[in-house]
Design a protein around this ligand. Structure first.
Ligand code: AMP
Length: 217
C-alpha cells in the first residue's frame, strides 16, 4: 500500500469527524468511517440496527469484512486513508495487521467523559449531506435546520454504554499501537486548537500549544 494509513481514535463526540474533514482538505487522505460504512448498510442488513441503535459494538467479523473491502479500493492505495472508528477492539487491530495494513500513526483524541456527554446532547445530523452540527457550538445553516435529526444512539444513557465500551478497549489498543501513538489530551479545546496538534503529529513535529490551551492538551 503506497498511501499512509492514519488511525484517528477517540470517544464519541471527541470531534474525530471534524478533524478528519480538515485532514482530508489539507493532506488529501481518503476518509473512511466504519460508523458511516455500517449506516450505509443498515437497509440491507437490518440486524445492524440492533447494535447501533443501542450503542453496542457490531460483531468484529462484519466490521472487519466491510473495512477490508474498502481498503482494497484504488483511491486508498493512491492517497492513503484516515480510518475513523476502527479498530475498536484488539481483534480488529490484529485483523488489520494480518491483512498487511501498516498503521503509520495512531492519533488518540482524548476527551473527558463529562465533555462527551455535554456535546452529545446537542448533536444534530443532516441526513442529506451527512454533516454533523451542534445546537450551541456548531449551529446548522438556517435552511437545513428543519431536516436535522438526532441519531438513535445519541442519548445520555446510550452514550454512557458507548463510553464504557470505549474505555474497556482503548487501553489495549494504546498498548498494541504504542510506538505509533500520539495521545492528545484535549479537554474541551475547540477544533482548530486540536487540529494544530494533529498537524504537528502528521508532520512529525513536536506538539506545541498556545499557553491559553496548554492545560487542555
Ligand atoms: P460511530 O459513527 O463511529 O460513532 O459509530 C456508530 C456505531 O457504529 C457504533 O456505536 C457501533 O455500533 C458501530 N461501529 C462503528 N465502528 C465500529 C467498529 N469498528 N466496531 C464495532 N462497531 C462499530
Amino acid at each position: 500500500m503506497e498511501g499512509k494509513i492514519v488511525i484517528v481514535a477517540g470517544p464519541p463526540a471527541s470531534g474525530k469527524g471534524t478533524q478528519c474533514e480538515m485532514m482530508v482538505a489539507d493532506y488529501g487522505f481518503v476518509h473512511i468511517s466504519t460508523g458511516d460504512l455500517l449506516r450505509a448498510k443498515q437497509n440491507y442488513m437490518p440486524e445492524l440496527k440492533e447494535f447501533m441503535n443501542n450503542g453496542l459494538l457490531v460483531p468484529d467479523r462484519i466490521v472487519i469484512g466491510l473495512l477490508s473491502q474498502r481498503l482494497q479500493e484504488q483511491d486508498v492505495k493512491k492517497h492513503g486513508a484516515i480510518i475513523d472508528g476502527f479498530p475498536r477492539t484488539l481483534i480488529q487491530a490484529k485483523a488489520l495487521a494480518e491483512g498487511g495494513v501498516v498503521v503509520d500513526k495512531f492519533i488518540f483524541i482524548d476527551v473527558p467523559d463529562n465533555v462527551v456527554v455535554e456535546r452529545i446532547s446537542g448533536r444534530r445530523n443532516d441526513p442529506v449531506t451527512g454533516k454533523v452540527y451542534h445546537i450551541k457550538y456548531r449551529p446548522a445553516p438556517v435552511d437545513v435546520q428543519s431536516r436535522l435529526v438526532v441519531r438513535g444512539d445519541d442519548t445520555e444513557e446510550k452514550v454512557r454504554v458507548r463510553l464504557s465500551n470505549f474505555h474497556s478497549h482503548m487501553k489495549q489498543l494504546l498498548d498494541y499501537y504504542q510506538p505509533a501513538v500520539s495521545r492528545l489530551q484535549c479537554g474541551a479545546a475547540p477544533p482548530k486548537i486540536v487540529y494544530q496538534a494533529v498537524t504537528q503529529v502528521l508532520e512529525d513535529k513536536p506538539i506545541k500549544v498556545h499557553p491559553a490551551h496548554r492545560s487542555n492538551l
